[in-house]
Design a protein around this ligand. Sequence first.
Ligand code: PLP
Length: 397
Amino acid sequence: MIFSQVTQAPADPILGLTEAFKADARSGKVNLGVGIYKDEAGETPVLRSVKQAEARLLEQEKTKNYLGIDGVQAYNQAVLELLFGKGSELIAQNRAQASQAPGGTGALRIASEFVMSNTQSRTIWVSNPTWANHQNVFETAGLQVKEYTYYRAEDHGMDFDAMMADLATAEQGDLVLLHGCCHNPTGIDPTIEQWQQIGELCRDKGLVPLFDFAYQGFGAGIEEDAQGLRIVAAMVPEMLVASSFSKNFGLYNERIGAVTVVAADTETKDKAFSQVKRTIRASYSNPPAHGALIVSTILGDETLRAEWEAELTEMRERIAEMRTLFVDSLAAAGVTQDFSFISTQNGMFSFSGLNKDQVARLKDEFGVYIVGSGRISVAGMTKSNMPVICKAIAAVL
Ligand code: PLP
């Protein structure tokens, strides 16, 4: 017998919270833990554009034959255009190639294993703080994780100088994990000038950016949110991108993402991509089709794409509205502490500055669930749960 040697794994910090939430019998409970978009009714419905694409697929799909190792080709092409822009130089130069992957997480894992198996690089730098699963994914693939400073608690802002100073100590060939937009968990993104400096540093020191791009369209817009990535891509010879369409297409359980390789020239890119495919073959052989077919159907059809863009705008604007309402409602609940920084952050999350004890009290006394780091999913707020949330926060401050 060997399983008796196995020890209990700790609960996942975010998904474990959802389990605790589900088990909570209180009627007024609110889950602001996991990063899932909710509409004004507190639901996460299938997007209209997705439903229409699915109806077409149901009618037109002729086979469930295996896909190639890298998945749906029209999807992979659409991913490149979302990342680098239609008519981008990088695409024209044939220096970039995307492979369908099972979600952003799957893409991060493939990218890590590709690096471990085919290069000398062993270190990845991640922001402090970062998405709770990054360290887990990278370390499981065998990479050593180092942290660069990102957040300054005193003014709830970005400590860009400290970030650059930390990355200046990185070694040539080290990977640098960068959040393409809507930094998770802080909601604070670099400015255009700062992206430029990040690109220069990566280029000058020979660091390899690994962009985690899970929220395109949730910040300022589809094109706007890709600006940082495009600035850096224009400056460095090689990089990797892990895309996720879980949030911006609401395709959470379809597990649809992509891993993209950018190399100095086509020949190097082709070799690297062949090894990405080998990595995939050894882990799940080839991907499921449905999510990729939905995305490529929508992006390849003018009407469906317009519908999707409108839905994405709706989601983005509702979150922005909730940010403002949150700040106002906290003040109305008698909170004197300045929370105005929340209205300038991007994407689904806000880093509230609430400490572990306050987070525990929110859960135990008020049934309001947020992540231990103080990260709040603004996308889970609605006009109707806002008073409960703000009253609870006012009570624990
Ligand atoms: N990267 C970041 C920064 C995320 O916030 C998330 C999801 O929360 C992911 C990756 C994973 O996305 P997926 O669900 O597509 O694996």
